[in-house]
Design a protein around this ligand. Sequence first.
Ligand code: BT5
Length: 320
Amino acid sequence: MLEDKILEFFKRYQDKYISGEDLSKTFNISRSAIWKHIEKLREEGYDIIASPHLGYRLLSVPERLTKIELEWQLSTKKIGRTVYSYKELGSTNDTAYNLAMSGEKEGAVVIAEHQTKGRGRLGRKWISPSGKGAYFSIILRPLLLPNQVPVITLLASLAVAKTIREHTGLPAFIKWPNDIVINSRKVCGILTEMNGEMDRINFVILGIGVNINTKKELLPEGATSLAEERGSLINRLEFVRSLFRKLDIYYSDFCNGKIKDILKEYKRYSIILDKHVEVNYHNKTLFGYAIDIDEEGALILRAPSGLNERILAGDVVMLR
Ligand code: BT5
């Protein structure tokens, strides 16, 4: 789109006025056509001033999660180098899945301001109020065995928890297997899906939903948002860009076999380790003491019998 190209031009010459004539020469269209594109950008929330003598100048960009704003000078190795952004989608995981099936490369991100069919695990819903959170999915193509896929959820949880801490100062913790909580309330959920065979991964879709500026009233019981916890709004664009960078680092560590290092750091932010917990899975309930998370992302639970149980998935309830 020509608007995107004009925008890139503005960004390159940040803080400078650009004359209508220069723009019209660069893009080979009339000055009135340039004006129409500028108007369109303004409608999208870009604050562009026009001075009769000096030309146009970009003052501020909208706080929206668009391809151009997210990709701009991101400097990651893989994550977010290509972004597909939408105002509304069913589920970003579904769109990313379809893109991966048609060969889209590793690191590409699908992001939406609103999801009409946001999904959790086991067919549960992920509530995705418009323009308030971050709902995105990343295509990954790790050269690993399927049993190591759960570690991707671990590294993503670590990246989210650390980004929240660094960005907002809030005490974010990881609740195995896929939740990030602040003051015991859920602020982020992760949905990792895989396409592969017994001994081979074709691709993984890593879906992340974070409640950023969402009002509590719009969220289910037991959920919260970063803004609710901090008491002030958060710049979503900056937050998501920081999160892409963190994910990029941990994913690259993971691909380079540094699972031990990731786990070591992960455990520092785990809220369930060394606690008595209840784990529910498929109508089955287990009680025990959470003693460890292993290198395949499984929870090791010491049962009341004294025996250790290895649990691959489930919902954890903390017991007092
Ligand atoms: C999850 O499932 O927590 C995974 C959520 C993943 C969402 C992302 S958004 C981008 C991508 N595209 C998708 O379609 N999904 C991913 P689970 O552990 O099953 O938790 C689901 C439960 O969390 C629900 O049953 C609710 O109780 C609760 N929940 C729903 N929406 C929530 C929200 N916005 N914030 C906090 N909790 C929520």
